[in-house]
Design a protein. Structure first.
Length: 433
């Protein structure tokens, strides 16, 4: 057993005992109420899941094991000479519930580099799809093709005790995380670069190597990838992609099946595809206005027309947050440091100043502030990654860190299959007669 896995194993007895004792002592306590409106409105705000890796705070934004994004930017180890946090460190924090050292991060990076070899049949499965297939379609097909490598599936078929489920889920998750950048970069180069693929560089870190395989060699872009992969990694357990992974995993589906389910959820326009929607809306606005430098008044008028047509301004609002998303702020700070004069950044900045007031004036929006999707596309386009159909794949690579760390913990704590109850409108009406 490698040192990382051995260290995680050392945490299991205490964590399992803590949960068992807590359930024994407080299992009958009531933790919330469910309203009829919540039953009909997407279970919004219902406390119904355990997600050990992160929690969304309405004021502070996402907290990973209690740490805010600004705290992570300060405390997580950096690449030598770099200033942005390494995603390996965030995964270590989410998995181990302790802030990693530089040595811990180096060990994680080395472990992923050793595990990163993708079988040839996975590339063949991708190549069997039309070149016009959406990158997320190609991504999900590749994940399922990787399932031939499942350690959990093989072990379960052979017969293993429930107490060992975590071990094989750990290996599947580590292998999958290690291979996703290679798969995603292959899809990018196949779809947009004439199939001229770039071999991985095992000397680079996980995010830096992803940038390299995509074909972007500037150190600034590698730094952006480190930041991007860190801030998109998790968003507690109730969002569609995270919950889909958790739900499918509760049936003892392996990490590949579970993650593929989550990625199909991420591909939806109301979830991970939102970053693509932001760029489509922004570029359509510039084209319609006939300028790359619209005034705030022009932006305001366009926003109002969008709303009048019964559409939304993508990238603004959030189900939980009640202030500007700290992930947006982190990206804005990156832009102010590295590309303050970029025309598209100026447009994004002006949208940021104009839209909240317009949304507030409607009286229908509780949170009119920008979320993470409102900014990420502009940064990627600045460095030359302009194919916004691919952005959700990048989101998916990052999201693997949080959902798979949580899946390992679900198997560690032996969580049962999810099976909530349901009712009908007729029965509810009888209840309130």
């Amino acid at each position: 057993m490698d040192r990382l896995k051995e260290h995680f194993a050392s945490k299991i007895p205490g964590a399992v005992a803590e949960v068992k004792q807590f359930i024994a002592e407080k299992g009958d306590e009531v933790v919330g109420q469910i309203t009829v409106a919540q039953l009909y409105q997407g279970m919004r705000g219902m406390l119904a899941l355990i997600c050990e890796t992160s929690k969304l705070d309405a004021e502070e934004g996402i907290r990973f094991r209690g740490y805010s994004i600004p705290e992570l930017q300060e405390k997580l180890p950096k690449y030598p000479g770099g200033e942005e946090p390494l995603p390996e460190g965030l995964f270590y924090l989410m998995l181990m519930d302790e802030m990693p050292t530089d040595d811990d991060v180096r060990r994680m990076s080395n472990s992923w580099a050793r595990r990163a070899i993708v079988p040839q049949h996975v590339f063949k499965a991708i190549d069997a799809l039309p070149i016009t297939a959406h990158p997320m379609t190609q991504f999900v097909v590749a994940i399922m093709a990787l399932r031939t490598e499942t350690e959990f599936g093989k072990a379960y078929k052979a017969g293993i005790p429930k107490s060992d489920y975590w071990s094989y889920t750990y290996d599947d998750s580590m292998n999958l995380i290690a291979r996703l950048p290679r798969v995603a970069a292959y899809i990018y180069r196949r779809t947009y670069c004439g199939g001229e693929h770039i071999e991985p560089d095992p000397k680079l870190d996980w995010a830096g190597n992803f940038a390299h395989m995509l074909g972007f060699e500037s150190e600034e872009f590698r730094e952006l990838m480190r930041l991007y992969m860190t801030i998109h990694a998790d968003h507690e357990g109730g969002n569609v992609s995270a919950h889909a992974v958790k739900l499918v995993g509760s049936a003892l589906s392996d990490a590949y099946q579970s993650f593929a389910a989550g990625m199909n959820g991420l591909a939806g326009p109301l979830h991970g595809l939102a970053n693509q929607e932001v760029m489509v809306w922004t570029l359509d606005m510039l084209e319609e206005l006939g300028t790359q430098t619209p005034t705030k008044e022009q932006i305001s008028d366009y926003c109002k027309r969008t709303l009048a047509e019964g559409k939304v301004v993508p990238g603004f609002g959030h189900a939980v947050l009640r202030k500007t998303d700290p992930r947006y702020t982190a990206q804005r700070e990156f832009a102010l440091k590295h590309l303050p004069n970029d025309p598209l950044f100026q447009v994004i900045s002006n949208i940021y100043e104009v839209v909240p007031e317009i949304l507030l004036a409607t009286g229908k929006v509780k949170n009119p502030w920008p979320n993470v999707d409102a900014h990420s596309g502009q940064l990627l386009m600045y460095y030359g990654l302009k194919e916004y159909d691919f952005y959700t794949v990048m989101f998916g690579v990052s999201r693997s860190l949080g959902v798979l760390a949580n899946l390992i913990w679900d198997r560690t704590l032996s969580f049962p299959i999810e099976r909530p109850n349901s009712t009908t409108t007729a029965l509810l009406k009888k209840k309130f007669v």
